[in-house]
Design a protein around this ligand. Structure first.
Ligand code: SF4
Length: 162
């Protein structure tokens, strides 16, 4: 499905053309943002993020939505740590690890909340750990079955495997 993105620097509006029933609710409520005669037809910079979020929730077809903000943070106490993924500041999953010396860690568990399943968050967590390992010149022992499966399949991350 073709999804177009329009950002005001804070939030990004997604529009699925195929879903739009052209009811014009958006044009009526925020004409300064939605103008089908202009290109781009959505200009989110012309209203506050709050006004846009409110309006998007009134789109009758679901053609409009707000792109979720995904972030990954790392926590570490010197012995153990974890990469934590959030969607719109809500906890969505984690990948935990245990240090095995100074230059290696063991990924022991990966878990994604059921609600956030099917979004590739496990992979995102793993790629974040790979990026971290490369930056710090450390190696990963993938004990967690999910991490091991990805490492076994993906040759492009072999360089960080212990
Ligand atoms: S409110 Fe939704 S369905 Fe109506 S025109 Fe706008 S995008 Fe399309």
């Amino acid at each position: 499905m073709d999804i177009k993105e329009y950002s005001n620097g804070e939030i990004t509006v997604l529009w699925k053309a195929e879903k739009c029933i052209h009811a014009g609710v958006c044009v009526k409520s925020l004409p300064e943002v939605y103008n089908p005669k202009e290109r781009p037809w959505i200009k989110p910079e012309n209203a506050t993020s709050a006004a846009i979020i409110e309006q998007v929730s009134n789109c009758p077809s679901g053609a409009l939505s707000i792109k979720p903000i995904i972030k990954i943070e790392r926590e570490d106490n010197g012995k153990k740590g974890r990469f934590v993924i959030y969607e719109n500041d809500e906890f969505a999953g984690e990948m935990t690890y245990t240090w095995a010396g100074e230059s290696k860690f063991i990924i022991d568990h990966t878990g994604v909340e059921e609600k956030f399943g099917g979004k590739g968050f496990g992979n995102k967590l793993l790629m974040q750990s790979v990026e971290y390992a490369r930056k710090k010149d450390i190696k990963i022992i993938p004990l967690c079955p999910f991490a091991k499966k990805v490492f076994d399949k993906d040759d492009s991350i072999k360089d960080v495997r212990a």
